[in-house]
Write a protein that binds this ligand. Structure first.
Ligand SMILES: Nc1ncnc2c1ncn2[C@@H]1O[C@H](COP(=O)(O)OP(=O)(O)OP(=O)(O)O)[C@@H](O)[C@H]1O
Ligand SMILES: [Mg+2]
Length: 352
């Protein structure tokens, strides 16, 4: 039985990639990427929302500063686009240190990690994105590096091989994962602080959007931003992206201003509905209701019917559908709630 619905950690959400492609089927152009970088908050004070994580993190950083030490290792978990990479950069910025960025899939051999670790400078932040995808051997090397600031470089092969310990400078590891449930306990336990990022409220997304509109010199009405905020799937990255699509509409078909009307019209063009669901979200829901009578159905079966990887459905679409109360996960599979049927304008089955 390889049905993944039986293995998942129900409390967790997962990786990446597909989220980046959302709402910009053509891919973000160079200018858009530059804008995206400009919108990334630099300091903790610019980071909107997530009050708990922000407070906890600021304590960790202030205490480290007061002691003149490097901050403890930090693990950040949560769905894509909520600010994990941003926070890693903020940690380096707040500490006035450099940051080295890599990712779990990029570290296939322990040697890859040894090379990165041994080139770190005192106090630097090492950011490992998708840390749950690192190879086993690298993971074990990381344990020692995190705890003892040392790597053992193996010289030679077979019985004659010897481990030469190499001292490392103090550094702060920041790990990001969309699935903290997939991290082995020994790795998880070596982080001094774990921050879990959750979907943002519409009010927080409104703040993200007004900050962005200001930075991009847009003429935006409050109601227009509210309309975008409520349809952004609780995700700052999506909010910023929708803002640019609404700006396109406003410039080409409107009077250049971000208004409610511009927001509604543009989001209709991009098939983002009133709840913020996009095409993938809706096709998952529709398939669940119309093909499987509302479930329960296993994740991989569901994924096949919408023509997506199980991982994409699980990591990109599902967390928000669950959070909105449209889908529930049970040990027997996914189930559509009454709200899901209603949202699609369908009649729920008797007793459903
Ligand atoms: N709290 C926030 N305040 C303002 N803007 C934010 C905030 N969080 C994220 N953003 C914006 O959203 C974008 C996406 O954030 P980020 O790249 O940090 O997400 P992520 O969690 O690393 O996503 P992934 O899991 O896909 O790597 C950033 O470019 C940033 O501009
Ligand atoms: Mg990231």
């Amino acid at each position: 039985m390889t049905e993944r619905s039986y293995e998942i950690d129900f409390g967790e959400q997962a990786p990446t990639g597909a989220e980046a492609e959302r709402l910009t089927a053509s891919g973000a152009g160079e200018a858009e990427r530059a804008e995206e970088a400009a919108l990334r908050p630099k300091g903790l004070a610019d980071f909107v929302g997530q009050p708990q994580v922000r407070e906890q993190l600021s304590l960790v950083l202030d205490a480290a500063r007061a002691r003149g030490r490097t901050p403890d290792h930090v693990l950040l978990s949560g769905p894509p686009g909520l600010g994990k990479t941003t926070l890693a950069m903020i940690i380096a910025h707040e500490m006035g240190r450099g940051i080295r960025i890599t990712s779990g899939p990029a570290i296939q051999h322990a040697g890859d990690l040894a090379a990165i670790l041994s080139s770190l400078e005192e106090g630097e932040v090492l950011f490992i994105d998708e840390i749950h995808r690192m190879s086993r051997a690298a993971e074990e090397m990381l344990y020692v590096a995190m705890e003892d600031y040392r790597v053992d470089v193996i010289v030679g092969k077979g019985p004659g091989a010897t481990a030469i310990p190499l001292e490392l400078p103090y550094f702060t590891l920041v790990g990001a994962t969309t699935r903290s449930g997939l991290l082995p306990a020994p790795l998880r336990d070596r982080f001094g602080f774990t921050g879990h990022l959750d979907f943002y409220s519409a009010a927080d997304l409104h703040s993200v959007l007004s900050r962005s509109a200001g930075k991009l010199d847009m003429h935006a009405e409050d109601e227009g931003l509210t309309e975008i905020a409520t349809r952004s799937r609780g995700t700052p990255r999506i909010a910023n992206r929708l803002l640019r699509r609404v700006r396109d509409w406003a410039q080409v078909r409107g009077d250049g201003r971000i208004t409610t009307q511009a927001a509604r019209a543009a989001l209709e063009v991009y098939e983002v509905d009133a709840l913020g669901l996009d095409r993938l979200d809706r096709s998952v829901l529709r398939s669940l209701c119309t093909r499987f009578g509302g479930g329960p159905v296993g994740l991989s079966t569901l994924a096949v019917t919408v023509g997506e990887e199980a991982e994409t459905v699980e990591e990109v679409a599902e967390p928000f559908l669950v959070r909105e109360g449209l889908v529930t996960r049970t040990p027997r599979g996914r189930i559509a709630t009454r709200a899901a049927w209603q949202h699609l304008g369908l009649t729920p089955p008797q007793g459903g």
